[in-house]
Design a protein around this ligand. Structure first.
Ligand code: GLP
Length: 243
């Protein structure tokens, strides 16, 4: 628990930096990092850029996989997760663009795109660390309430609550928010060797409480981390209001 979102970002960014640095010199393989979008990780990405600019961290040996993407908006739409990631992170660090993986929400065959993504993750040896945020309904990536805890990458319809929550990015207009997404599954996230989840704000307090004080429950998909052998939640004080 950290005081506020800024301290949460600082902690999470430093933690991941250490993991990448420790991994680098000892392992031949690249560090495979799972990444989220949303407002929660923006502070972490700002620190990553800062570390890179100060010469403290390189992403040359990092492969990334993003959690999810909207279906039905162009890749260069300002609110696509593709645009988000390049704007907040990839344009400012030394990652090889070939090492950036983001689901293609405009693929002709969405199911095939999801299969391809799972295979690609396997082909690089699986994800070392998955960073995530959650929605106020406790969803991880776009695994809305009711998603199977074993789910894999697939097409997912957004819950109305998520459409409402994300309308702020589309000029407040729910009609402009895509209703479909491609998302890694709960199982895909839980297969990562380590999972780090950022939860900030009083509006996520119920979700945090459901996640760690109630049982593992597919209606609050982030609760799956109770079963993960190496997981951590980094939250601010506001998010602990219901604990
Ligand atoms: C979207 C994303 C999630 C993210 C959530 C929370 O639904 N698909 O991966 O965790 O937003 O966003 P925020 O951090 O802005 O609250």
């Amino acid at each position: 628990i950290r005081e506020d979102p800024e301290a949460v970002s600082f902690y999470a960014a430093n933690y991941i930096k250490q993991r990448i640095l420790e991994f680098g010199p000892t392992k031949e393989r690249p560090f495979v990092l799972g990444l989220p979008t949303g407002s929660s990780p923006i502070g972490v990405y700002r620190y990553f850029v800062d570390f890179y600019r100060k010469g403290e961290l390189s992403f040359k040996n990092v492969i990334t996989f993003n959690m999810d993407e909207y279906v039905g908006i162009p890749r260069d739409h300002p609110e696509s997760y593709h645009s988000f990631m390049f704007k907040h992170l990839f344009n400012h660090i030394d990652i090889d663009p070939q090492n950036v993986n983001i689901l293609n929400g405009n693929a002709e065959q969405l199911d095939k795109e999801c299969e391809r993504y799972e295979k690609k993750i396997q082909s690089v040896g699986g994800i070392e660390l998955f960073l995530g945020g959650i929605g106020p309904d406790g969803h991880i990536a776009f695994n809305e309430p009711g998603s199977s805890m074993k789910s894999r990458t697939r097409v997912k319809t957004l819950a109305y609550e998520t459409v409402l929550a994300n309308a702020r990015f589309f000029g407040g207009d729910v009609n402009k928010v895509p209703k479909l997404s491609l998302t890694v599954g709960v199982g895909t996230v839980m297969d990562a060797r380590e999972v780090v989840i950022i939860i900030t704000g009083a509006h996520k307090a119920i979700a945090l409480s459901k996640c760690i004080e109630d049982g593992v429950n597919h209606m609050w998909t982030v609760s799956a981390i109770q079963m993960h052998p190496s997981s951590m939640i980094v939250c601010d004080e506001d998010a602990t209001l219901e604990l």
